[in-house]
Write a protein that binds this ligand. Structure first.
Ligand code: 3PY
Ligand code: MG
Length: 255
C-alpha cells in the first residue's frame, strides 16, 4: 500500500488527525489541504453515516490520504463496514472490558487474529491493491483497531485490553474520562482529576508496545499530550476549527 499515516505512525512519526462531525467531503478536502495528516469521521457524536463515509473516503483518496472512522458504541458490524469502505483505522468508543476489546478486534482483523468477513472490493480500490491474496495477508497489519479508554472500568482493565491480539492502540477520550472519574461532577478534559490517569495510560500503552492516542481540543493540550508520549493526536473538531478560524479572520479584519 502507499505510504500513508498508518505506515508513518508505525515508523515512529507523530500524526495529527482532524475530527469531523460535518458529513461532507468538502470539509475533509479543506482539512487535508490545511495540513492535517488524516481526518477522523465521527459516527458516534458527529453526523457521519455510511453515505458520507463513502464520499469522504473518496475525497481523501483524491488527495492521496486515508481516513479514520469512529463508530458508535458497540457497533462492531460498522467497524468492518468502515474498513470495507476503505477506512485505514477505526476508533471504537467505550471499550471497557476485555470482551469489548475482543469483539472489536474480531470485527477488524481477518483470521487467525479475528473474524472479519471477506468483502473488501472498495477497500482494495482505495488502497490500490489488485490482488486479493495480498490484501488478505496485509490488511491486518495495514489497518488499525484503536480502543477508546474513557472510564474507570476501562482503566482497571487497561493491561488486559492492551494484550488483546488485534488491538493496535488505545485512544483516550478526556471528556468522558473527566465525567466518569468525577462520578458526573465535572467535565474538565485535562483537569487535575484526570491528568495523572492520562499520563498512566500513555506509559502503560508504550510499555505494551501499542500506539497511544488522544483527543485534544486545544493546541496546548496536544503539546502536553505529545510530551507524555501520545503519537496519534486529534486536534479540534471541524466545527471548532471553522469557528476559531472565522473568529481570527474577523478579529484581524477589525484590528
Ligand atoms: C471524549 O473525550 O470523551 C471523546 O470521546 C473524544 O471525542
Ligand atoms: Mg467519549
Amino acid at each position: 500500500m502507499a505510504q500513508d499515516f498508518v505506515s508513518e505512525l508505525k515508523s515512529g512519526k507523530d500524526i495529527i488527525t482532524a475530527w469531523s462531525g460535518i458529513p461532507n467531503g468538502l470539509v475533509v478536502e479543506a482539512l487535508l489541504t490545511a495540513g492535517y495528516h488524516t481526518v477522523t469521521l465521527d459516527m458516534q457524536h458527529g453526523f457521519h453515516d455510511i453515505s458520507s463515509t463513502l464520499t469522504c473516503v473518496a475525497s481523501a483518496k483524491m488527495l492521496g490520504q486515508r481516513l479514520i472512522v469512529r463508530i458508535p458504541v458497540g457497533e462492531w458490524g460498522t467497524a468492518s463496514r468502515a474498513l470495507d469502505m476503505g477506512a485505514a483505522a477505526v476508533i471504537a468508543p467505550m471499550i471497557n472490558t476485555v470482551e469489548d476489546a475482543k469483539a472489536f478486534a474480531g470485527a477488524m482483523k481477518f483470521p487467525p487474529v479475528g473474524a472479519r468477513s471477506w468483502g473488501p472490493g472498495r477497500a482494495m480500490l482505495v488502497t490500490g491493491q489488485h490482488d486479493q491474496s495480498t490484501y488478505l495477508t496485509s490488511a491486518n497489519d495495514e489497518t488499525l483497531a484503536i480502543a477508546m479508554i474513557e472510564t474507570r472500568e476501562a482503566l482497571d482493565n487497561l493491561d488486559a485490553i492492551l494484550a488483546v491480539p488485534g488491538i493496535d492502540g488505545v485512544f483516550v477520550g478526556p471528556s468522558d474520562l473527566s465525567v466518569t472519574f468525577s462520578d458526573g461532577a465535572e467535565i474538565n478534559q485535562f483537569g487535575e482529576n484526570t491528568i495523572s490517569v492520562i499520563e498512566d495510560i500513555a506509559a502503560r500503552t508504550i510499555a505494551a508496545g501499542k500506539i497511544p492516542c488522544i483527543f485534544a481540543i486545544l493546541p496546548e493540550q496536544l503539546k502536553l499530550s505529545r510530551s507524555l508520549g501520545y503519537r496519534l493526536c486529534a486536534l479540534s473538531t471541524d466545527g471548532g476549527a471553522i469557528a476559531r478560524g472565522a473568529a481570527q479572520l474577523l478579529s484581524e479584519a477589525q484590528d
